[in-house]
Design a protein. Structure first.
Ligand code: GAR
Length: 227
């Protein structure tokens, strides 16, 4: 694959978090070390106590809390959030542990320029408690999926998927920790592809370097996580 980093202008990333923000950190690190041709324009959280806001502050990135509990309806929150995001003019909106169901209007506004990471091998286990459900089902593998966001919950087309073996000794916690280490690999990689103008979503699906990506995305099942 060719490296087109030199030819594309630096992109603006807007990252949404609800919790600790370890995926956010992997993206901040990727921008800071030059792997990702982008800057993080802002970090926004629906949770004023999110650790991700502190991570952003430590990296001198503008960070804003917009508490969903102050809004009467999902629609009114999503409108306010959408306007706040637009005020930073991002090229790509990144959901990094953003634990909100989004309205179709919100998703449509950012269609083709919003990504999510989900801790399962989608289409298996959309929603919550993914690792517990995989273990209870007796699955032999688990993982995480980076995908473009469409109105269907955790249903947008896959970009890249990391597969992790479930050992007989694994519990929900150990499995989550193993998968998270792979999340920190595949999310920066997918964002890097987008920022290098190599990755697009259109009506025909997702393409990397003009080649259609298969249903499950590019499979990473043998990479060694570094953290
Ligand atoms: C990650 O495991 C991410 O895949 C998951 O939340 C965690 C956030 O961790 N996202 C979802 O479940 C979205 N449906 P982090 O705050 O340390 O990045």
């Amino acid at each position: 694959m060719t490296d087109s980093t030199q030819s594309s202008a630096s992109k603006r990333l807007l990252i949404l978090v609800s919790g600790g923000g370890s995926n956010l950190q992997s993206l901040i690190d990727g921008c800071e070390n030059g792997d990702i041709n982008a800057t993080v324009s802002a970090v926004i959280s629906n949770n004023p106590d999110a650790g991700g806001l502190e991570r952003a502050a430590r990296a001198s990135i503008p960070n804003v809390a917009i508490d969903h509990r102050a809004f009467d309806t999902r629609e009114s929150f999503d409108i306010a959030l959408s306007e706040l995001i637009d005020s930073f003019s991002p090229d790509l909106v990144i959901l990094a542990g953003f634990m909100r169901i989004l309205t179709p209007e919100f998703v449509d506004h950012f269609l083709g320029r919003m990504m999510n990471i989900h801790p399962s091998l989608l289409p298996a286990y959309p929603g919550l408690h993914t690792h517990r459900r995989a273990i209870e089902a007796g699955d032999k593998k688990a993982g995480a999926t980076v995908h473009f966001v469409t109105p269907e919950l955790d249903g947008g087309p896959s970009i890249v998927q990391a597969q992790v073996a479930i050992e007989s000794t694994d519990d929900e916690r150990s499995l989550a920790s193993k998968v998270l280490a792979f999340e920190h690999k595949i999310y920066p990689e997918a964002v890097k592809w987008f920022c290098d103008d190599r990755l697009i979503m259109d009506n025909n699906g997702v393409k990397l370097d003009n080649q259609p990506i298969s249903e499950h995305g590019i499979i990473y099942n043998s990479i060694e996580p570094s953290s």
